[in-house]
Write a protein that binds this ligand. Structure first.
Ligand code: ADP
Ligand code: ASP
Ligand code: MG
Length: 402
């Protein structure tokens, strides 16, 4: 069997954790399996590197940022290979350039396009454990790129697809996917199985247990994933196309604090304005989520929407530079907001679900600023300070607890 095993930052945070992972991988190797290991940077290394960059330059060139961040993963793979070597097992570490993991050129948010498997195959054939840097790639200029925060999960899934792996295991600091973040909702319940579509909503709406693009890729290539703990032997959560578990009306609650609201106020009430705003943002790779347009009053109307807080500054600069073309009177923003969402494939055609969510927020005295819905999710924008309380309240209202 060929097994891809990915370990996140907390699983390789220090010497003991690195040896723990090394031993678990060796166990698999000694059963006769081929083992490919994907690692994140140790602990909070990536955050530390971002802070260091900001100290030098508050607005660092994106290319140099990727050059810097990629060092985190390179450190982990080298140390892991040294640990395995100390334990007497042949291993080799490879970075994205050595493997050749080709991505698009957008620094900081590159997408994996193609992975050369020759070098990896060669090392596996020599009976080595192959340890590969997560989160990074190279673009057509041979520059280092990164895949966005949390992107090591996507590296693992892409490798599993490219190598036709028999299993893709994502090890983290919780033992599976829960009905809500177990650190915020202590009585959250572990899910045995989650469908790709639900997991994609979970991940996109803030449950960072998996990178959303990793789920997208797993669905596209039919890679079955297991999320499990690197510290226990508990059974994890399986993510696959169809789940045999009975469809719950609502499977879980997710929260996202990386959110800000922008209001483009007093734009002309004429065709083409929304196009101009969102086209401008899209051209700069800025994602927009909840959008509300007010009913026009006379000649003017307002358009409000949310973006990731990490994109706020860039979005505000762009909009202000183009204020006249957009016909806006003012452009305002608000940072202290968060999204909370309920997710469930069984939600379609169940009109009571939204009302129940809103009732529970009302009973907790949480004010709703914006609402968005799709077939399998309902999202509300609320004040950031209310988010943890709101999550627990909504989780209880849908009886999701153990
Ligand atoms: P890693 O470093 O291993 O990639 P992450 O921090 O990216 O780990 O993701 C794991 C974290 O995701 C958990 O510690 C947990 O707080 C958070 N999380 C958010 N939502 C969920 C959920 N529904 N189920 C499990 N974990 C969740
Ligand atoms: N080290 C990167 C991050 O912290 C990638 C990852 O952990 O998946 O975002
Ligand atoms: Mg992660």
């Amino acid at each position: 069997m060929l097994i891809v095993k990915k370990f996140g930052g907390s699983s390789v945070a220090d010497k003991d954790r690195i040896y723990n992972v090394a031993r678990r991988c060796i166990e698999e190797y000694e059963k006769g399996n081929e083992v490919v290991v994907v690692l994140s940077a140790m602990g909070k290394t990536t955050d530390g590197l971002i802070a260091k960059a900001r100290e030098i330059n508050p607005n660092p060139p994106k290319r140099e940022m990727d050059m810097l961040l990629a060092t985190g993963e390179q450190t982990s793979v080298a140390l892991m290979s040294m640990a395995m070597s100390a334990l007497g097992v042949p291993a080799v570490s490879l970075n994205a350039a050595q493997v050749a993991m080709h991505t698009t050129s957008a620094y900081g948010m590159a997408k994996l396009k193609r992975i050369d498997t020759e070098r990896i195959r060669h090392e596996l054939d020599a009976r080595k454990i192959v340890i590969i840097t997560g989160f990074q790639g190279i673009n057509k200029y041979d520059d280092i790129t990164t895949l966005g925060r949390g992107g090591s999960d996507t590296t693992a899934v892409a490798l599993a697809a490219a190598l036709h792996a028999d299993a893709c295991e994502i090890y983290t600091d919780v033992d599976g996917v829960y009905t809500a973040d177990p650190r915020i909702v202590p009585n959250a319940r572990k899910l045995a199985e989650v469908s790709y579509d639900e997991m994609l909503e979970f991940a996109s709406l803030g449950a960072k247990v998996l990178h959303n693009r990793s789920v997208e890729m797993a669905k596209r290539y039919g890679v079955q994933l297991v999320v499990l703990s690197s510290l226990t032997r508990a059974e994890g959560t399986i993510i696959k196309e169809e789940t045999k578990v009975e469809r719950m009306l609502v499977s879980g609650v997710a929260a996202d604090k990386n959110v800000a609201r922008i209001s483009v106020i007093g734009v002309k009430n004429e065709p083409g304005i929304a196009f101009k705003i969102f086209n401008l943002l899209a051209r700069h790779h800025i994602n927009v989520d909840i959008i509300i347009q007010s009913i026009g009053r006379e000649e003017r109307k307002d358009i409000s929407f949310t973006v990731a807080r990490t994109d706020l500054q860039e979005a505000m600069t762009l909009l202000n530079e183009n204020r006249e073309v957009l016909t806006a009177q003012t452009i305002a923003c608000e940072e202290g907001v968060a999204k909370i969402s309920i997710i469930g494939a069984g939600m379609t055609s169940n009109p009571g679900v939204a009302a129940k969510m809103f009732e529970s927020l009302y009973s907790a005295n949480v004010n709703i600023k914006m609402i968005a819905t799709s077939e399998i999710r309902i999202t509300v924008l609320i004040a950031e300070e209310d988010v943890n309380r709101a999550m627990r309240t909504v989780h209880d209202a849908f009886d999701l607890a153990d």
